[in-house]
Design a protein around this ligand. Sequence first.
Ligand code: XMP
Length: 304
Amino acid sequence: MVNVEKFVEDAINEIKEKVKDGKAIIALSGGVDSSVCTMLAYKAIGSRLIPVFVDTGLMREGEPERIKEIFGNMNLVFVEAKDEFLNALKGVDDPEEKRKIIGELFVRIFERIAEENKAEYLIQGTIYPDIIESQGGIKSHHNVGGFPINYKFKDVIEPLRELYKDEVREVARYLGLPKEIAERMPFPGPGLAVRIVGEVTPEKVEVVRKATKIVEEELEDYDKWQCFAALIGKATGVKGDIRIWGYIIAVRAVSSRDGMTADPLEIDYEKLRKIALRITAEIPEVSRVVYDVTPKPPSTIEYE
Ligand code: XMP
C-alpha cells in the first residue's frame, strides 16, 4: 500500500457516501481486521455504527473483557452466548460441521441484533486473502459474509477488501489502535473450537485456553505469523507417581506472509522444553506436549 493516510481518508469517505444518514452494523471479533473496520466506520458515522461482539465462550483468555475496555465508548452491543454455543457443539466432532454450527448460530444472533437496531448496512473486515481462500474452497472461513444472511441489507461494505494483513496492521497503527490489536495474531472465527480436534467440551476449552496463554507468553518475542496451542487427543502420562490418561497439547508456531503458506519456527530446544514443562505443570489435565514441525502445505496452520 502506498499511502496509509490516503487509504484511511478514502475508506472513511466510502463508508460516509454509502451509509449516508443510515445505520450500519459490524461484527467485531477483536482481531485486527474487524477492529480497523470498526474504527474507520466509527470515524465515518459515529453513533450510527453498531459494533456487535458475540462472546461465544471460545475466545482466548481476557479477550471479551478487553473488547469492552477498548470499544466500550461506542454503541457496542455485547452478546453473552457461551452456553448457547457450547450446547450447540455437544457431540459434534466433524470440523466443517463445527464451523457450520458456529457460523449459523453467529449469523442468527447477528441478524437479530441488526433487526432490533434497524441497521441497513453491513460492514465487514474481509481482506484480500479471505476472498482468495474462500474461492479456493479450502475451508469455509467463518466470516459473516460466507453464510447466508436472510436479513436484507441495502449494501455490504468491505473497506479492507484489497489489503493484505501487513497493510491492515499498518492502518491499525496509523489509527492509534493499541499494539495488542495492531500486532495481534490471526485468530479463527470459530475460535478455540477448531483448536480442539474432535468434540468440544467445556473442560477441553479451558485446557486449550490455558495452554494458549502459556504458548503466547513464552513465544511473545519471536517473530511469527501465529503461535498457539491445540488439543489433539489423549495420551498416558505419569504425574505424582500416578498414571493419568491426559490430553495431548500440540504447540504450533509458524511464520507466513498471508497465511496461504507457512513454515514452522525453529525454536530452540530449551524453550520448547520450558513450554512443555510449564503446560504439564500448570494444567493438571495435560499429560503430553508436542511441537509441530510440518509446513503448510501439506498441513494447514490450524488443526481443523
Ligand atoms: P489454515 O488452517 O487454513 O489457516 O492454514 C490459514 C489462516 O486462516 C485462519 N483460519 C481461519 N480464520 N475462520 C477464520 O476466520 C476459520 O474458520 C479459519 N480457519 C483458519 C488461520 O488461523 C490462519 O491464520
